[in-house]
Design a protein around this ligand. Structure first.
Ligand SMILES: Nc1nc2c(ncn2[C@@H]2O[C@H](COP(=O)(O)OP(=O)(O)OP(=O)(O)O)[C@@H](O)[C@H]2O)c(=O)[nH]1
Ligand SMILES: [Mg+2]
Length: 219
């Protein structure tokens, strides 16, 4: 586990990755979260990294957030480089925000593709993920219902939020939910390895007592 000393003392670093189709508002969500600003223009991202320190459930957390390129044409132009880069952050990331726009049905389909990609690269369906339907303020342009978002989150077995980067709705909640998912998985794996140790213990004590009995009966 990596840790560093921040103003809040010893705190864990969490590597988070923002995924989603081009223009759904990935950069806007991150910018609102970190600096309470909303970028009006769409400036397509290639790759940006942000660091911030917050407290979640009274525990400090250093977030290392990677903002990725949603523009598939960029992926196609430099296909080999992008695929290599993508696989790298898919492996290095500990938690993923998969975002779509409620005004763009195709971006919801893309969200499913992103989840499949994460599962494939990491060879598990158990990676911490949060599903986000952004641009909830644009109600007149809605193409994806809240129910459809919830349904996809049920499929992914992950938390779901409809956000508005423009109005800063549910932005903090997304990042807190993702860190909680990571902490929960970690606690589960610690419990799992404790159980394994206990099982091993009882295995060895059984072996020892069998050996003991054997030794006694031989004398
Ligand atoms: N109304 C509204 N507009 C938004 C919202 N979030 C983002 N936008 C706008 O949508 C456009 C795209 O936002 P970006 O944050 O650049 O999108 P992106 O997903 O980072 O795009 P790529 O970097 O190309 O993948 C910008 O013009 C934003 O102002 C939102 O919640 N509501
Ligand atoms: Mg961007």
């Amino acid at each position: 586990m990596e840790s560093s000393r921040g103003s809040g003392g010893l705190s864990r670093e969490y590597k988070l990755v923002m995924l989603g189709e081009g223009g759904v508002g990935k950069s806007a969500i991150i910018m609102q979260f970190i600096s309470h600003r909303f970028p009006e223009d769409h400036d397509p991202t290639i790759e940006d990294a942000y660091k911030t320190q917050i407290r979640i459930d009274d525990e400090p957390a250093n977030l290392d957030i990677l903002d990725t390129a949603g523009q598939t044409h960029a992926w196609l132009t430099y296909e080999a480089e992008f695929t290599a880069m993508r696989d790298q952050y898919m492996r290095a990331g500990e938690g993923f925000i998969i975002s779509y726009s409620i005004t763009d049905r195709r971006s919801l389909q893309e969200a499913r593709q992103f989840k499949q990609l994460i599962d494939r690269v990491r060879r598990t369906a158990n990676t911490p993920v949060v599903l986000v339907g952004n641009k909830s303020d644009l109600t007149h342009l809605r193409q994806v219902s809240v129910e459809e978002g919830k349904e996809l989150a049920r499929e992914f077995q992950c938390p779901f939020f409809e956000t508005s980067a423009a109005f800063r709705y549910y932005i903090d909640e997304v990042f807190a939910a993702l860190v909680r998912q990571i902490r929960q998985r970690e606690a589960e794996s610690v419990r799992g390895s404790e159980r394994k140790t206990r099982r091993n213990h009882s295995f060895w004590s059984r072996m020892r007592s069998t050996f003991h009995k054997k030794q006694h009966s031989e004398h």
